[in-house]
Design a protein around this ligand. Structure first.
Ligand SMILES: Cc1cc2nc3c(=O)[nH]c(=O)nc-3n(C[C@H](O)[C@H](O)[C@H](O)COP(=O)(O)O)c2cc1C
Ligand SMILES: Nc1ncnc2c1ncn2[C@@H]1O[C@H](COP(=O)(O)OP(=O)(O)O)[C@@H](O)[C@H]1O
Ligand SMILES: [Mg+2]
Length: 149
C-alpha cells in the first residue's frame, strides 16, 4: 500500500557521510535515525518532492531520498533532503521541517557516480516544475510551517 500524501516531518539536521556535497555536489540535510524510524511504515522508499523550511526561514522547494541509497549500500535507512536554495553556511543542529508532497521514482543503483548525479539533477528539474502546480503551491502555506517552535 502506498502512504497517502502529503506527510509532514520535522527534526534536527544531523551529520551523514559527507558525500552529498563532496562527491555529488548536491548537499542533503539528513535527519537522525530516530526521525527515520518514526516514519509511517507504508511510506515506500524512493525519491519524493515537496517543501522545506530551516528554523524560521522561508519555505523552499526540495527533493528528498528515503531508503538505503543502493549506489552506496548504506546499512541504515536515511531520509535526506536537498533544498533548492543556496545557503551560505552549514545547517547542522538546525530544525528542518518538510512537507512531502509527491513521489518521483524508486531509489536505484547506477553504473557510475555521474549517472547518479544526472538522475538527481533531473529529479530537481521535475520537482521544480511540479511544485509550481496550484494544488502543490498551496501546501507551502500549510499551518505546519507557520507555528512557532
Ligand atoms: C533527489 C535525490 C535522489 C537520490 N536518488 C538516489 C538513488 O536513486 N540511489 C542512491 O543510491 N542514492 C540516491 N540519493 C542519495 C545520495 O546517494 C545521497 O544523497 C548521498 O549519498 C549523500 O549522502 P550523505 O548525506 O550521507 O552524504 C538521492 C538523493 C537525492 C537528494
Ligand atoms: N541547499 C542545501 N540543502 C541541503 N543541505 C544543505 C544545503 N546547503 C547547505 N547544506 C548543508 O550541507 C549539509 C549536507 O551536506 P552533505 O554533504 O550531504 O553532508 P552530510 O553527509 O553530513 O549530510 C547539510 O547538513 C547542511 O548543513
Ligand atoms: Mg547529507
Amino acid at each position: 500500500m502506498i502512504h497517502k500524501l502529503p506527510i509532514y516531518v520535522s527534526g534536527e539536521i544531523v551529520r551523514g557521510f559527507g558525500r552529498g556535497s563532496k562527491e555529488l555536489g548536491i548537499p542533503t540535510a539528513n535527519f537522525s535515525l530516530d526521525v527515520v524510524k518514526s516514519l509511517p511504515e507504508s511510506l515506500q522508499t524512493g525519491v519524493y518532492y515537496g517543501w522545506a523550511k530551516v528554523n524560521d526561514s522561508e519555505v523552499y522547494k526540495m527533493v528528498l531520498s528515503v531508503g538505503w541509497n543502493p549506489f552506496y549500500n548504506n546499512k541504515e535507512k536515511s531520509l535526506e533532503t536537498h533544498i533548492m536554495h543556496k545557503f551560505n553556511c552549514d545547517l547542522y543542529g538546525r530544525t528542518l521541517r518538510i512537507c512531502i508532497v509527491g513521489y518521483l521514482r524508486p531509489e536505484q543503483n547506477f553504473k557510475s557516480l555521474d549517472d547518479l548525479i544526472k538522475a538527481i539533477k533531473s529529479d530537481i528539474e521535475a520537482a521544480t516544475t511540479l511544485l509550481d502546480e496550484a494544488e502543490n503551491q498551496k501546501l507551502q502555506h500549510a499551518p505546519f510551517f507557520s507555528t512557532k517552535h
